[in-house]
Write a protein that binds this ligand. Sequence first.
Ligand SMILES: [Zn+2]
Length: 324
Amino acid sequence: MATALFSHPSSLDHEMPNGHPERVDRIRAVHHIVASPHFDNLLRHEAGPAGDEAILRAHTPEHLRRLRAVAPEEGFEFLDADTSMSPGTLTAALHGAGAAVAAVDLVLSGAVDNAFCAMRPPGHHAESRRAMGFCFFNSAAIAAHHARAHHGLERVAVIDFDVHHGNGTQEIFWSDPNLFYGSTHQMPLYPGTGSVHETGVGNIFNAPLRAGDGGAQFREAMTTRILPALDAFGPDLLVMSAGFDAHRRDPLGSLALDEEDFAWITLRLMEIADRHCGGRIVSVLEGGYDLRALAASVGVHVQTLMRGDAGMVEEERAHSGDED
Ligand SMILES: [Zn+2]
């Protein structure tokens, strides 16, 4: 297995007000874990910014124009109560989307089997015409559209296991039967969408979970609702909206997943990608706000992408004893 890792220093320049959970330290924690020797075999790339053409496949020209117009030269510009731009935000967001596009190009070139984009800000709440929920450009949707428009793929799926529903991806995919969106998420919770009755044109599959649900309920939801539909859809490329805020330690959600659950879903999605599209997967970082849980979860996710198992989880566990 060959796995690429996309990152860019601009992720460190997107600042949020003090105390905001979507903070620069998140990406430092991710960079720290992938710097360990377990990840020596990753093929590391720096992401360039997405071009307007790629952005505009998922967003309106007004949305892009507005973000350019309001981007501040100092301080913060608030787009909603908890989504704000600092001077470094626009560049970081453009590189976030650019990483997803570049990852699609690299995976479809056959140079790697799969790729993980370790970027911030996240993207799955960004709708075609508005930023919200810490998100500005919907990198997963931009990647899916790019794969179809630029590479000629027919069907692309996004699977989203962030604790929050990806309302933006759902909205952008809503009426396109060649784009599949499947999501597990806590409900009720921000942003309020994601019921099983939101089905688009039969291409949207929501499997809401309740506060307190853990790995058993998560695996059941995936196994009974999302994965069979994905298998039937038969994607030509699989994109993961990889949020790790469904972890039991996360302060924003109340689900109780562990790293093993993230390894499990990564493996299940790799099996489906193997069956339908030669294993081609692009995974983009979404949420995850407990730094330790985020780092550990990204670690097992990327380790699984690299070698198709989560051996490191057991190794780390054996070494860490029961300190918690
Ligand atoms: Zn989230």
